[in-house]
Design a protein around this ligand. Structure first.
Ligand code: ATP
Length: 376
């Protein structure tokens, strides 16, 4: 499944908004575009080869497959209603693998990245050596990730191929808690700035059963999706676990020298990890309204913030004649330079406004006979 037309624009706008907010609006965050296929040792170091698993069960009767941590194993099968029909839970690794090179044996196995973060850790030293960043600083990346999910459902909420927007912020050990609080605040403010209803957003703190063994603290931002409260983004204090692991497995020193104090340390990492495709679903769900009309009919309206709306301005000449449509076309061409525009001259003006409301266009400009007089 993919996104097309207007929804690609929506996705790109969310991505661009995130990129601006997370890189250009800060003095010390740089971008990265790491590769999807990396040396398999990266995934050994990160723990993904041994630990990136979900527990799965099968119904012995209808063969449906479920994540055992997402269903009640003592209840009947959701699909066929059979009782006591589940297999014992088994761990299933979520990484897709393929082969690099012409020989397909165990030594040529490579993995499609299941998260973008590890590319950032693997490139940490390159960034420190080639750009003039000083701790604290961040590396941001947007890109595809792949997970062989046991159950994909709810449209684009969970898919096997999706996009993530991740930022890893490298800090001095001891200052991690302050930065963790800082990024928590920033990330919630981001969604408010995007125009998302604050009442549909909340924090969920990871309990001991959810917290990764190396993580010091972790919170999810949850959104009230049509199917209930679900994770949208994670903010994690990952300590110096990842860099230490990569240091061990690569044999390369990944410590950082603070040139002012002459201290050397392996930085702690505060991570903000958001799903881009999941953000698209959130933005759509948040914007969606079924408006009741006085005549009893309902119509669909999308209320997008202008920052993310697929079309920002529509230009609608009231009539096609008397030079009005020419003027409107000229205006639309001018606006194109700075905005995502749309020109529509077909049908009644009310209907054209409706079409724009339906896809969440925040501004519509109508040109009429008065315009001709005003702009003479
Ligand atoms: P879950 O527990 O739901 O499987 P997770 O906690 O493993 O997710 P993370 O590894 O923290 O998720 O990934 C960060 C973000 O990436 C998530 O908050 C989510 O927005 C997005 N994400 C993760 N898996 C998927 C997926 N299969 N499809 C779409 N987005 C995803």
């Amino acid at each position: 499944m993919g996104l097309w037309s207007t929804w690609v624009e929506l996705k790109n706008n969310i991505r661009d908004f995130w990129w601006k907010e997370m890189t250009q609006m800060h003095d010390n965050i740089v971008g990265l575009d790491a590769s999807i296929l990396m040396h398999p040792k990266v995934w050994e170091a990160s723990g993904h080869i041994s630990n990136f698993t979900d527990p799965m069960v099968d119904c012995k009767v209808c063969k449906s497959r479920f994540r055992s941590d997402q269903i009640d194993l003592s209840a009947p099968c959701q699909n066929c209603g059979s009782k006591d029909s589940f297999t014992e839970p088994r761990n299933f690794n979520l990484m897709f693998s393929t082969h690099m090179g012409s020989v397909q044996d165990s030594s040529s196995v490579v993995y499609l990245r299941p998260e973008t973060a590890q590319g950032i850790y693997a490139d940490f030293k390159n960034v420190v050596q080639s750009s003039r960043v000083k701790i604290p600083f961040g590396i941001a990346q947007v890109g595809k990730s792949f997970r062989n999910e046991i159950t994909t459902k709810n449209f684009i909420f969970r898919s096997c191929e999706f996009e993530q927007m991740e930022m890893q912020y490298f800090v001095k050990p001891g200052e991690d808690e302050t930065w963790f609080d800082f990024w928590k605040e920033q990330r919630m403010a981001f969604y408010h700035k995007m125009g998302i209803n604050p009442e549909s957003l909340r924090w969920h703190k990871h309990g001991d059963d959810e917290l990764a063994f190396y993580a010091k603290d972790a919170y999810d931002i949850q959104f009230l999706f049509p199917m209930g409260w679900q994770e949208l983004e994670g903010v994690h204090n990952r300590t110096n676990y990842d860099l230490t692991q990569h240091q061990t497995f690569s044999g390369k020193d990944l410590s950082y020298l603070d040139q002012e104090t002459n201290e050397r340390y392996v930085p702690y990492v505060v991570e903000t990890s958001a799903g881009l495709t999941r953000n698209v679903l959130m933005a759509l769900s948040d914007a969606y309204e079924e408006e009741k009309l006085p005549d009893g009919d309902t119509r669909t309206v999308l209320h997008f913030h202008p920052k993310i709306a697929p079309i920002t301005v529509a230009v609608l000449p009231l009539v096609k004649k008397d030079g009005i449509s020419e003027k409107a076309q000229k205006l639309e061409k001018e606006l194109r330079e700075d905005f995502a525009t749309f020109y529509d001259q077909s049908g009644a003006i009310g209907r054209r406004y409706r079409r724009m409301d339906e896809i969440g266009t925040p501004y519509c400009v109508t040109l009429d006979y008065q315009t001709l007089t005003d702009t003479q």
